[in-house]
Design a protein around this ligand. Structure first.
Ligand code: GDP
Length: 202
């Protein structure tokens, strides 16, 4: 997929205020520092479209970017800040649970995980929460340029191992690097492919 246009539409703090249209949404989420903003900027070819690392304590926002006038890339607030307050964690949880379970336009969630880090409870729990609620998801391994191929493969294998405990069929997985731009075409082509099935359905 060529990205002809990528524009920021709006930021929201509340599920109730999200855009009220029928444009399909692809959400991106992961632990803070996983490389989410870098990946969004790499995918869209717009430097600074997604702002890097919002510091804990700042408002947690759902950001909508309209791509090619055709689909929304939704940048969700990250999880796992070490220093967030309980209130802020609860607010995040309500917002994300609402979004994941009620957002009809949501087509797929891309859960970002750092390819250098073995599966963490918080990631596996989040992936399992989506799976158990029937929310379609893919796993995106980030920063693969930072280590050798076999080391990336080892992390991926660990995910296979953890997820196989409760998943019959494992989610789709993507390898990416925002530095080398590896994985960009494959991921965007996958979105294009899904979009096509949505158009054909109506
Ligand atoms: P976010 O908090 O998930 O939005 O993460 P950022 O996009 O701000 O990235 C966190 C840090 O990881 C920054 O220092 C980035 O430069 C670095 N980073 C992000 N993606 C990559 C990548 O693909 N390769 C490398 N080498 N560094 C990356």
């Amino acid at each position: 997929m060529d990205i002809k246009k990528a524009e920021f539409l709006m930021s929201n703090t509340r599920f109730e205020f999200l855009p009220n249209d029928n444009i399909p949404e692809y959400a991106f989420i992961g632990r803070s520092n996983v490389g989410k903003s870098s990946l969004i900027n790499m995918l869209t070819n717009v430097k600074g479209l997604a702002k890097t690392s919002v510091k804990p304590g700042k408002t947690q926002l759902i950001n909508h970017f309209l791509i090619n006038n055709e689909w929304y890339l939704v940048d969700l607030p990250g999880y796992g800040y070490a220093r967030t307050s309980k209130t802020s964690r609860e607010r995040w949880q309500k917002m994300i649970v609402d979004y994941m379970l009620k957002r009809e336009q949501l087509v797929n969630v891309f859960v970002l995980v750092d390819s250098r880090i073995p599966p963490q409870n918080i990631d596996v729990e989040f992936i399992n929460f989506l799976g158990q609620n029937g929310v379609p998801l893919s796993i995106v391994f980030t920063k693969i340029d930072k280590q050798k191929q076999r080391e990336v493969a080892a992390t991926v294998n660990q995910y296979h191992h953890f997820l196989a405990e409760i998943w019959e069929e494992l989610p789709e997985m993507f390898m990416t690097s925002s530095v080398t731009r590896y994985g960009r075409d494959v991921l965007l082509d996958r979105i294009a492919e899904i979009n096509k099935t949505l158009v054909n359905r109506t």
